[in-house]
Design a binder for this molecule. Sequence first.
Ligand SMILES: N[C@H](CCC[C@H](N)C(=O)O)C(=O)O
Length: 297
Amino acid sequence: MIWNFTKMHGAGNDFVVLDGVRQPIEMTPERARALADRHFGVGADQLLLVENPSHPEADFRYRVFNADGSEVEHCGNGARCFVRFVHEQGLSRRNPLRAEICTGLITLNESETGEVTVDMGQTRFQPADVHFMTRGLVNAPLHHDTLWTLPLPDGDSVDISLVAISNPHAVQVVDNVDTAPVATVGPIIESHPRFTQRINAGFMQVVDRHTIKLRVYERGAGETLACGTGACAAAVAGIRRGLLDSPVAVHTRGGLLTIAWDGDSLQMTGPATTVFTGQIDIDKLTQNYLQKDAATP
Ligand SMILES: N[C@H](CCC[C@H](N)C(=O)O)C(=O)O
């Protein structure tokens, strides 16, 4: 079966975007992994699938799949690309647009400058909201924040803020993002046994009360050049810890995201870029990809 696709990125976090409204798209973990593979497929951090909604007030349903094939709750950079895709493809001219995600509706607005602002929906802070097992843990002594001391396998530990932007985030403050142990501690946190659905691991450097630098080791994708929900989680965690004031400029390796949070409404603003369009025989691609595994000794 031939699928039309569009390659896009939001601040360097890259996506394969599929129109499931005008073409029959049945996504599976194997197909997602094959499309996302940077050698055997198109290559992407995530796949975005646009479908007709089931929610009566939504314009479209918006589904997100990580490069490892897992379907997840939300993708901030992807949401900006989603609204650009819908407008560019002529699926709708409505602006702002309402998208249905697993936890409800989000509103997306594309400005004349091409930047997109997304109302990111609900933000929660309890361990259950990020599927975190707390039995036997000692909460860190920081007030008005769900800051937990997470023991690491090497006997060390790290203080993390837990934030759910529909998807789960564990955010820590570091002195310098460029020397932070993202490649080593990131995967340990991502797949830590106390996070029963894994988690996105954020490393935030506070520059001033309105500016941070951020790197994120993403669940199901590894370190990305930017993470939209991660930028939201870091800004919100910093504001709740009394380190930051809204709005927060979040400098990622792929570009600048701006986060505004008043304790209720959470708004993210940033770029969305279309790189190229293409067609792919999804069955042939997936078969070749799976044979790759068989060929690997
Ligand atoms: N890896 C994330 C999904 C993509 C989020 C990120 N790309 C963003 O822009 O928010 C998760 O498993 O929850």
